[in-house]
Design a protein around this ligand. Sequence first.
Ligand code: PLP
Length: 385
Amino acid sequence: MNDHCSEPLPAMARINPHRDLLLECDSAGKSMLEFHRRLPAYMPTPLLNLPTVAARLGVGSVHLKDESNRLGLPAFKILGASWAVARALARRFGGDMLPDFELLQPELRGKPILISATDGNHGRAVAHVARTLGLPARIFLPAGAAPARSRALREEGAEVRIVNGDYDDAVARAARFAEKCGGLLVQDTVVDGQSDVPSDIVHGYLTLFLEIDAARTGQPAFDLVLVQIGVGSLAATAVQHYRFRGMAQQPALIGVEPIHAASTLAACDSGRIVRLPQGPRTIMAGLECGTVCELAWPQIRDGFDGFLAVHDERTKMAMRCLHEAGVVSGESGAAGLAGLMELVEGSGGELARHVGLGANSNVLMLSTEGATDPEGYGAAIQKGD
Ligand SMILES: Cc1ncc(COP(=O)(O)O)c(C=O)c1O
């Protein structure tokens, strides 16, 4: 388990000065969980206890929610995409009943087309939902996306377009196309002020946290939850769940981003959303977003205790550590552990003290994907020198 770098890895850590200690969120209910339970492939994903990882990092316990097989896909994103599409179709066809996908398919007769931009996982989830409903899908990817990611989209039956630009450019292209053809844009970030779909995506992810609570009934509450941040929708879900007014014991929340795409940390520094220029690529493709979503940011700003921006090498160490513990966690999936390593043995010491991290702390991480890029995964888990 000793996997150390001789040089300190570049990283950034921030205590969030904007944190609102009085924040209390309303409940979004549990209808998304009921909807997901009705999907034929539904099973709660495992919540794993990793005592060897906890011992190595000197904390009380480490639990990991393993999303490497969620409704038949290797990432958690289908929770948001399926719920948001169900809700959008209900709105479009004038009902508030949430349809079972199986009943809905014959009614739709192949319309509308589902459209999205993606770094990989969200678009794959949208394509999968489209296929389940017998709908066409067109998915826009930023330039330089791993070939395995576009292959997976095509295997789901989606038409793929590679955009000459970054993730934000791909989002703009997807939105233009949706407007032109009257399709349904299933984007996990706000575009042109449209917040219904991203808001439903945030709610869809609540199923993951409700499952965690169910698996932990009667056990001590978590003291710290590490959440990866791309556009910030998952982080907004974490705020809605853990800052809910009825939550007896609230954990500290720390966001983890790649060092070259740390748009939330940048927003924390400037007190407002900034669009980062495209930097060097990161292996954490799902987190490579230059702009935090305008719907998510106010919630993250008020609800998170701090932010960490980690280096790819730190994430590879985390992937290897999880691999040794028997968990397959992809680049974006292992970022939570990379953040915990940074808190314990890297440059996050002050932030660790701020959130009271210590030998009795119960820590939760979300392994949000499995080996979504098998080639990249294989290379990363090879021991570095
Ligand atoms: C595997 C994985 N983890 C985490 C995230 C971050 O989620 P969000 O973009 O909602 O911040 C993503 C986003 O695509 C992802 O693919």
